[in-house]
Write a protein that binds this ligand. Sequence first.
Ligand code: ADP
Length: 520
Amino acid sequence: MPPVRSNASLELLYNISRELATSINLHEVLPRVLFLCVENVGAERASLIVLDEKQNPVDAAIVYKNQLIAHTTRQLQSTLDQGLAGWVRRNRKGVCLTDTSQDERWLRRPDDSDQRTGAKSAICVPIVVHDQLVGVLTAVHPKPGVLDQNALDLLQSIADQAGFAIYNARLYEALQSAHRRYRELFEENINPILITNKKGRVLEANNRALEQFGYPLKELARMNIYELHEADLEQTGKDSSLLETGKTVFYESAFHTQDGQTLPVQVFVRAVPVDSEVVYQWVLEDIRERKELDALRENLIAMIYHDLRSPLSNIISSLDMLHSFLPPDCMENLQPILSITNRSTERMQRLINSLLDIYRLEAGQSITDKRPLEISRLCYEAADAIQPVIEHKHQTLNLNLQSEYPRVYGDEDMIRRVIINLLENAAKYTPSGGEISLITQASAGWMQITVQDNGPGIPPAMQEEIFKKFSRVQSKNMPKGLGLGLAFCQLAVKAHNGQIWVESELNQGSSFIFTLPVVE
Ligand code: ADP
């Protein structure tokens, strides 16, 4: 072997570092590095085996007589298990065999026999980066005594450079695969997602968005999210100022699809910092099905109470007639039964009327039947209506009613039902033995009616929520209900230009308060 001159070695190392810098793709780079090695140390054969974290071979380049030769993972595995490379993998040390026939670590092959090329010289070095063994580099010369310590040093320098290339390629691959994974999560998300700049111009859209809205990406990329749907400025703030807080903002809206339809959507939008910029991510969940179900539920409710009202009125009038036709001597036995039947039918009628009121008031109908209200009478009647429940639960109902009332106008039946509803809830949610109070007060311009209990109270986060339809506090052993009572109360009180709210503390009790305006 010609002596390895130091300037030649430097040049080789420089060339190798240039090769390694040209591409991040190891399949291209490793063979080129090997050819340079073979050429410069005068080797006949060289191999570079790449190992994974578990030290198993994952890749390799093998050069023999200036030809790249094919290999299988099994061949690599057997070389590593038995040959010189295996010894280096286990010991993480470079080794130079000046005469392979004299060393047991050399795995004999047919061409090592005396009749063929015979004894050889060989070098094998570990490729270690950041304390991790990432590969093994081997060079073999057909003659003994040619590859020496100088060649070992040179090969180790090459191995160190290759180590960084393998390490970088791995980082790059990990980055690419993370990128692919996140891209896939974006593209294949079940909801349409749009990315816009702060002005609303669409920058990106996932597959679902293209599919659902029907626009080709090119067209969508020229559009503005604010043209595509009606943003709820109360939620996003004017000029999207509320989005800048970083919180996810959500609201319902309708999205204009390419075929001129509007699709009901639940919008979730938030600002996402990407590099030095901020973009907005819009998730637009299709809520067609939910809307259809809502409409179905509304129709069903409307149908039920329309169809229940008339048979119920017939029952009530028949009961009245029965009452008047019965001879006085049977009254004593029948009275308790008749009173249960009466109360039950009245309760049913109240429920149906309240459902019908929800339906009408939501549709924007105003109260037409307004008369002066005798609040104290309504309170006594309401108290009387719930007396059986109070007795059944051994509760106490205190009435603290004002004697003089200012003038309040309204729909008598509706306001009575509001008071009954609040009293019913107080009795229902307060445990047996509890105390309930019905209080009336007049204050400047308002008549105030309070239903107070010492029941479980309502968590602060639910104190506004419970006035929405179908909204209920979820807790263990909750009495059954539909979550419509308070929605009715709120609609009824608001239709009278009043206000309703709850003041409550957990485990202390609740006060449901409503006001009605006083007419001078
Ligand atoms: P429902 O009683 O049918 O559930 P409501 O609209 O009347 O429907 O009440 C809504 C929810 O408010 C109830 O489910 C209950 O969780 C809560 N709530 C109402 N009144 C009281 C009360 N007095 N004490 C505690 N919780 C109450």
